[in-house]
Design a protein around this ligand. Sequence first.
Ligand SMILES: C[S@@+](CC[C@H](N)C(=O)[O-])C[C@H]1O[C@@H](n2cnc3c(N)ncnc32)[C@H](O)[C@@H]1O
Length: 309
Amino acid sequence: MIEEKKLGVADFEQLFNEKITPYLADRIREYDFVYVEADDQERDLLLKKIISFLLDKNVIYSGEHRHNEWEAGWGENLKDLTITSQKEAMNPKYFGKYNNLRLRQKFIHPVSKDFERNSLWIIVDWLADTYLRKFHTVYEFGCGTGHNLFRIREANPEATLWGCDWAKSSQEIIKKVNESGVDKKIFGKNFDFFKPDQNFRLEPNSAIYTVAALEQVGGRFQEFMAYIIANSPKICIHIEPIAELLDSNNLLDYLSIEYFKKRNYLSGFLTYLRELEKQGKVEILKQSRNYIGSLFIEGYSVVVWRPKN
Ligand SMILES: C[S@@+](CC[C@H](N)C(=O)[O-])C[C@H]1O[C@@H](n2cnc3c(N)ncnc32)[C@H](O)[C@@H]1O
């Protein structure tokens, strides 16, 4: 008999290693986090699938050459905006692609198809609740459709929100959100991590964050970091694949780290920040994994830091 389990407030408290606020508890209760754990036979099949992927010589890896693909991907969401309700049409289409996810270093089979997106939203809600309530301006870099910005809006009704991305279709989506009156204080800006626009200055009393976006730069985060440090936001939050926080002696974590390498995902970022902290240039406020992930990776680790002036 297959045992169904459900993630609740106490589970997230354990995963985040923090007391859950009433605000976040309400969000957790809104979603259906029902799942079953994979049995040994399914685990073997999933491991085989991941290993086959890692051995494939023709895997698509991230970098500058993928600009047009992101442009086209968000272009699909842009088209949908005209035919369905707006917030719904902003969901990235890559969520729910596979029937399996990872949780606490085990494979699971989520019952709800939105399990992964919802668990990511809980991470965003958690960080917005903890860190982003008091800022006048909040920027998401690599925002895609900008769906995370609505999570920030829930926690901070007054802030001006910016969604920045190198894909122009992202700015077109955000323009529609703004002009249709869904949110008049959300703005879009074309922005490339590899060539930050130095004329785009961050407002005083601002915060920045990234969600599964800096992952796309591989080891090339220095230009972006120099830009951020020069602009001195009060706080910087990243929900990204961070190999330094995984355990390479655990098989699922090990395969996740190998996948980061194969796809040219963010690498060396936390090591770099730790070095900057030793030099007295930044302060790291949080560095934690949360044991939630997709089939191939645990890619939603959290790093929070601030520049020291
Ligand atoms: C996996 S998506 C995540 C999007 C969004 N943060 C979310 O959580 O839905 C990665 C995003 O990074 C953006 N991106 C990739 N390389 C970039 C670059 N060099 N500069 C700016 N954005 C980039 C892509 O256009 C895409 O929107």
